[in-house]
Ligand binder design. Structure first.
Ligand SMILES: [Zn+2]
Length: 243
């Protein structure tokens, strides 16, 4: 009764197309949910382009996966944007649950010991009120039963928001972003790093580099969405960052 009244007084709308949601619907209308730009790599989590690009430098890297393709103004971009800027932690948990349900049968989570969300710096977390990567990871954890670990990684001092950097600068800026928590232990485990969006991969690989200090470790990554950047654009940015 109360929720019906609230729905009448404060109608909720689809995050993507703004049409009004029915009582039973959450965040996204059925039409937009059906047309989510899903990544179609099926079960190739260990042999895709992203893994090939990074495994040379990071031998502990096992699988890399995303639920959606991120493109300006597409449904995935709308969802990620709303999550970040409307500070809706519950939406993040819902996104994580959705991803886990869609990918459960793909083998992506097989043998994974824990989800490790990319941490925000303390200052930014305070400013935003929550960590969107942690919300997504919590949804994954609730749906799969695999535990969440936020006691392993810390983000080093804030740097300028990455959105203002050119591509090549992002590679430079990504180095040394994270450290291990002193005394943390995860040796012999298979950890899955979780973030909302993967663009160049530089930030994610900085977290991989930190976790690689654990002995006998395997590391996989899950991004809710990733940019389908062409190999040439990527290679160019990389070369530029190294000069
Ligand atoms: Zn919609």
């Amino acid at each position: 009764m109360l929720s019906r009244l609230l729905d009448f007084l404060f109608p909720r709308t689809c995050v993507v197309c703004d049409t009004r949601l029915a009582m039973s619907e959450q965040y996204v209308c059925p039409r937009c949910l059906m047309s989510l730009p899903l990544e179609s790599m099926s079960t190739d989590w260990e042999l895709n382009r992203h893994v090939f690009q990074w495994r040379g430098e990071h031998p502990a890297l096992c699988r890399m996966a995303a639920l959606c393709i991120y493109q300006r103004e597409n449904a995935a971009a709308h969802l990620v944007h709303a999550l970040k800027f409307e500070r809706n932690r519950e939406q993040g948990i819902w996104m994580g649950r959705l991803a886990a349900r869609k990918l459960k049968g793909s083998g992506l989570f097989d043998g994974v010991d824990a989800f490790v969300p990319l941490p925000l710096s303390r200052r930014r977390k305070h400013h935003r009120g929550f960590n969107q990567a942690e919300a997504i990871a919590r949804g994954l954890s609730l749906e799969t039963g695999i535990p969440l670990r936020t006691d392993l990684l810390v983000r080093n001092a804030d740097r300028e928001s990455q959105t203002h950097f050119r591509l090549a600068d992002r590679f430079r800026n990504g180095r040394g972003l994270f450290s291990l928590v002193e005394g943390a232990e995860a040796g012999g485990q298979h950890l899955m790093l979780v973030d909302d969006v993967l663009t160049t991969g530089a930030t994610m690989m900085s977290a991989v580099a930190a976790l690689e200090q654990f002995p006998d470790i395997r590391i996989s990554t899950f991004s809710w969405a990733w940019v389908n950047m062409s190999t040439e654009v990527w290679a160019h940015a990389r070369r530029e960052s190294e000069t």
